[in-house]
Design a protein. Sequence first.
Length: 347
Amino acid sequence: MTTLCPEVLNSPAAWRGPEIRAGSGWEFHLSDAEIEEIDRAVAGIDRPLIEVDRETFPLPLLGPKLTRLQSELLEGRGFFLLRGLPVARMSRQEAVAAFWGIGAHFGRARSQNAKGHLMGHVKDMGLHSSDPNVRVYQTRERQRFHTDSVDIVALMCLQPARSGGLSSIVSSVAVHNEIVRRRPDLASELYCPFQTDRRGEVPEGMDPWFALPVFNRIGDELTTIYARRYIESARRFPEVPALTKAQVEALDLVDSLCESADFRLDMAFEAGDMQFLCNHVILHDRTAFEDWPEPERRRHLLRLWLCPPAGRQLPDAFAARYGSVTPGDRGGIVVKDAVPVVPLEAA
């Protein structure tokens, strides 16, 4: 049963940026032997990529490490960075296959948009978030701290920006605890539902928005879902009421804590870096960026939304966004007639 009582929670996911920056255990480098193993697995693919899973992408050396890292994602601090995949010498097909295969060791890929894309391409498409049907990852704008609608989000950098484009992450559990300490009244507001815009990607039979609390608890386990930009844009629907003064104050406090150097951790991606985050305990952001003029040098990240078979229990209300709350079969954006695909390029 979901508990709405705002209280400070003890969790390994309740970390702060300065302590993480001063420590270790979240950044890992692929060894030469592990890279050779990934190359062999890519070369051995004998079926459409959408059919490749952890059994058909064997990693006998790296696989056990990935299993340990999955435990860190789901039960520990909630993130890690894996560096060193030599994407500069790989073809696009090889890079996509390598990332897909590594991701398959964490869970099943879920659709990221209404087109059924199981592999996302995060790059500037010349669009602007003022269009209510544009997702911010398709622009070069700052994203603001948010979660995605799946258990695990993974990013791999093919090409960094000319400047900017830093990844910023923060523990939503630490933010929750600080709000409880400072303003328990506002913590209570965040345990109440906020309508959030689907940005035009509407499952059959659903409203163009969904309503969930920012903070959700089952026992002592906190699950956060948050996208302020989309909370605000949901007010475009006449049936969605304006935000109250208390709601705005609560959202302002979330944002101010996330942006504080006392809470956030910033990292600059290099080509071949892979970042894995548990959306339930991590909020993520990206700074605005300036791109290279040459098309082949422009900032380009691959993205996977992954659903592990042993995911945490979620409140039943999450089905409005995740489609289901069944571990191993939930999350993503599923609309009528969308055909799942693994595109090699942004579209």
